[in-house]
Structure formats: C-alpha cells, structure tokens
Design a binder for this molecule. Structure first.
Ligand SMILES: Nc1ncnc2c1ncn2[C@@H]1O[C@H](COP(=O)(O)OP(=O)(O)O)[C@@H](O)[C@H]1O
Ligand SMILES: [Mg+2]
Length: 309
C-alpha cells in the first residue's frame, strides 16, 4: 500500500447563493483507514461528500482521488469510489440478490463470483434471496454497501451510515467496515453527528463545524484530551459541608448539587486528592461516578462550541 492519500482536498469551497457552505477545506485521508467526518447537522458533511463524488460542483479548490482530479479527470477519479450518499434505490419487490444482479448489469466486469463475495462481506448470505421489503433498515443498508462494493472500489464513502441503526446494527456495521479495511485494503469514509459512534468506528476523524475544518486527528487523541477533564458525581454526607468544601478546592472546576449527589468537573488525576481532602474534613464519601455522557460536552468545548447531536 502506498503512502499516497486516497483522497485529498485542497482549499475546497462551496458557495450556494450568498452563503459559504464549505469554507476552504484542506485535508488528506490516508489509505486503509476508517476515516470519520464528524459535525453537527448542517455542518456541511453531505455537501463535502457530494463534491467528493462529483454529485455537486466545487466552487473553488480541488479534490483528488488517488491523484486524479475529480473535476478534470472525473472518470479516472470516480472509478476508485463506491458511495452511498442518499438512500440507495432498491427494488423492494425483488430479492436482495436480484437487486445486485440488476445493478451489476450496469457495471462492466462484475461476475457472479463477485456478487457472492460482496454478499459475504456484508453478511447477508442467509437473507439475500428474501425480498428487500422484508429487510430491516440495517439489512437494506448492508445491501447498499454490497452494491457500492461490486466494482471493487478502493474508497467507500458512507454518509451517516448509522442513522436509524440500533446499537447491534452499529456494531455489525463497524465489524464489516473493519473487515473491509483489513482484507480488501479499502479505505472507508463515514460521516456522523455523533462522537460516540465515531469513537467506535474510526481510526481518525475530521471535525467540521459551519463548513470549516476544526481539526483532523487520530480518534484516540481526541478521546484522550476529551477525557482529561470529566464530570463526576460524588455521593457524600453531610451534603452541605461537602458542597462547600468542594467549592473551595482549586482542583475542582465546577460544582453542582444534584438529587443523586454533587456533580463536579475535574481532571481524573485530581480525584484521589479531592477525595482525600473530603475525608480529612470528616465528610463521608459513599460513591464516585464518572459521567461518561459528559464527554460529548467536553469535546464540544474543545472544538469550539456549536452542537453535536
Ligand atoms: N442545495 C442547497 N441549497 C442551499 N443550501 C444548502 C443546500 N444544500 C445544503 N445547504 C446548506 O448547507 C449547509 C450544510 O448542509 P449539509 O452538507 O447537508 O450538512 P450536514 O450533512 O453536515 O448535515 C446547511 O446549512 C444547509 O442548509
Ligand atoms: Mg448530511
């Protein structure tokens, strides 16, 4: 696998009417990764993806897929890409298999073996001869992915693939996307407005807000910096005394009294000291719980506000 990025954006800008929907995006997607495109609704994820696959014109800047310019070398660029941008059209009264056969007829060089192969990749073997109208949302989506994979693209782009999936469906999606990167060397780009899903799926994420790139980093770096300061709920008695003590502590950033306990914001490293200080004051500590859901909020502060989710 070469080190050349699978896709490069250079100063990509999209203006619609008077508004600048995408503002000067520059980044590379390395080969063989699952790359996440994260941003709140309206951030410009779909618009960017539409430009990547030539469904929408680029106002300014360039997009290269395997070094080929999507504007001036469209055919050579797009043959590397399989994408699901909007809901793929399926014939509900045909089986999944016949949908694939039908689609394969429009793509040169797709064999029966390849059809069986993609069915295996998305794990639809057992249901592929059922009519699509009997499929769950997750299965329809897998059929869409199978279709997008028929021509052996090296880049698969999925716009908000987890929308409407339950946690089990998300896990399945993640597993076969991983399989794709490992066994077929495919690079995957997924967009989402949920950090928690990106964390499960991606190697690297680009954060988009109001059409601007906030940051591109390996996901574990985002998680690390997001986890440094966290929210904890401390159950301690007497409550009033604990509240006042916590308010005095410099390593406690915020304190709030909640019915279930005292909610504080602090760095994880400081928690033992904070507890020790409480105990020294004869305050009885019954429990401490890290509030995992605050990660999203932390993360937002880190990336400069706005809303994700
Ligand atoms: N065809 C269009 N005409 C006008 N504005 C649009 C059009 N398509 C998208 N937008 C605007 O561009 C911004 C980005 O939209 P979109 O790319 O769909 O965001 P996301 O996919 O991140 O939710 C939004 O403010 C949206 O209103
Ligand atoms: Mg969108």
């Amino acid at each position: 696998m070469s080190n050349e990025p699978i896709i490069s954006l250079r100063h990509v800008t999209k203006r619609i009417g008077r508004s600048t929907v995408i503002d000067n995006l520059t980044f590379d997607v390395p080969q063989g990764e699952i790359f996440g495109f994260l941003g709140p609704n309206g951030a410009g994820k779909t618009t960017t993806i539409r430009m990547m696959v030539g469904l929408m014109s680029i106002t300014q800047g360039e997009i290269f897929i395997k070094g080929k310019n999507i504007k001036s070398e469209f055919e050579q660029a797009i043959r590397h890409v399989g994408a699901i941008v909007e809901n793929p059209e399926m014939y509900k009264y045909l089986s999944g298999y016949h949908n694939l056969i039908h689609y394969a007829q429009m793509v040169p060089g797709v064999t029966k073996e390849r059809i069986d192969e993609v069915v295996g990749i998305v794990k639809l073997e057992n249901r592929i001869h059922d009519k699509v109208k009997k499929y769950s949302l997750g299965m329809r989506q897998r059929l869409g992915v199978a279709q997008a994979l028929l021509h052996r693209p090296s880049l698969l782009i999925l716009d908000e693939p987890t929308n409407g999936l339950d946690p089990a469906g998300i896990r399945e999606l993640r597993d076969y996307l991983r399989l794709l990167t490992r066994t077929e060397g495919i690079t995957v780009i997924v967009s989402s407005h949920l950090l928690s899903e990106m964390e499960l799926m991606c190697d690297r994420v680009a954060i988009l807000q109001q059409g601007k790139l906030v940051d591109v980093k390996p996901i574990h770096e985002f998680m690390q910096s997001a986890e440094q300061v966290q929210t904890y709920v401390i159950e301690a008695k007497p409550v009033e005394k604990a509240l006042n003590a916590l308010k005095e502590m410099e390593n406690v950033k915020e304190v709030k009294a909640l019915p279930e306990g005292l909610e504080i914001e602090a760095e994880k490293e400081q928690i033992p000291d904070i507890l020790m200080d409480l105990i020294r004051l004869d305050i009885r500590v019954y429990s401490v719980q890290a509030q995992r859901q605050s990660l999203e909020d932390r993360f937002l502060e880190m990336t400069g506000g706005g809303q994700i989710g």
